[in-house]
Design a protein around this ligand. Sequence first.
Ligand SMILES: Nc1ncnc2c1ncn2[C@@H]1O[C@H](COP(=O)(O)OP(=O)(O)OP(=O)(O)O)[C@@H](O)[C@H]1O
Length: 280
Amino acid sequence: MAEIVLPAPLQTETSTPLVIKVRDLSVSFGDKIILDGLDLDVRKGEVMGFVGGSGMGKSVLTRTILGLTPKQRGLIEVFGADLDTLDLATRKRLERRFGVMFQMGALFSGLTVKQNVQLPLREHLRLTGRLADELAMLKIELVGLEPDAADKYPSELSGGMIKRAALARALALDPELVFLDEPTSGLDPIGAAEFDELIATLQKTLGLTVFMVTHDLDSLYAVCDRVAALADGKVIATGPISTMLASEHPWLRNYFHGKRARQADAASRPQVRAAPLPLR
Ligand SMILES: Nc1ncnc2c1ncn2[C@@H]1O[C@H](COP(=O)(O)OP(=O)(O)OP(=O)(O)O)[C@@H](O)[C@H]1O
């Protein structure tokens, strides 16, 4: 019997596959409710910026998606799989598909940059020492560090170098999805702009999906395709910057129309602040 070939489904914007799907997520610590029925979609190939007031639960959401913080209720799917239901081996295989850059880099202080970058390689792959060295050096170069940074310890690095080393570690396993928790915090404006540019370039060239928690308005303008905003335990708005600017929600009005917001908006104009990717 002849094989029936079905046409490939149309990939409209709304049918872009979801890399992260969160539904009705609730997380509490004791009687303190942090996330309360939160829904979120992150689409394949996009940079999603995640914003919200300090202490609102951005890092808690990231850690819950990663399976590091337990949830009380709700569904979380990463690459279409509910991490809670996977056996250990399947879960490990899935975890190889995402990389994480924690707040402030979170490098191991007793390990060199190269050894830090090699940690995920050693955890997930059986490599010879030489191959692990070569792969780590590739990642170190990929993030714009000089080769001599490889043998330095975190205490010998500048803030910007620490961020780059942490990004190299997050990219060690060639992930499809990268979580970045406040990647530009603590950097001066020039360092932050360079880091934004690096993220945008890597996202484009490696075809990454990026979930980026940030307070940095410049990063939102320069790097993100869409933004999701967190308040009162829920995502209160999702969309491109234009959606955020049009929102009447008091927190969003304050965040996107306050004094610092106007500076970021002005700085995102050509020639003033490098915008590596056009806003979509
Ligand atoms: N393990 C934990 N036990 C108890 N409370 C916690 C725990 N982790 C986080 N919290 C609380 O959850 C709330 C949200 O914290 P989270 O770090 O997610 O905030 P955030 O939005 O990332 O803040 P910031 O922007 O300042 O980093 C805070 O009140 C924090 O104290």
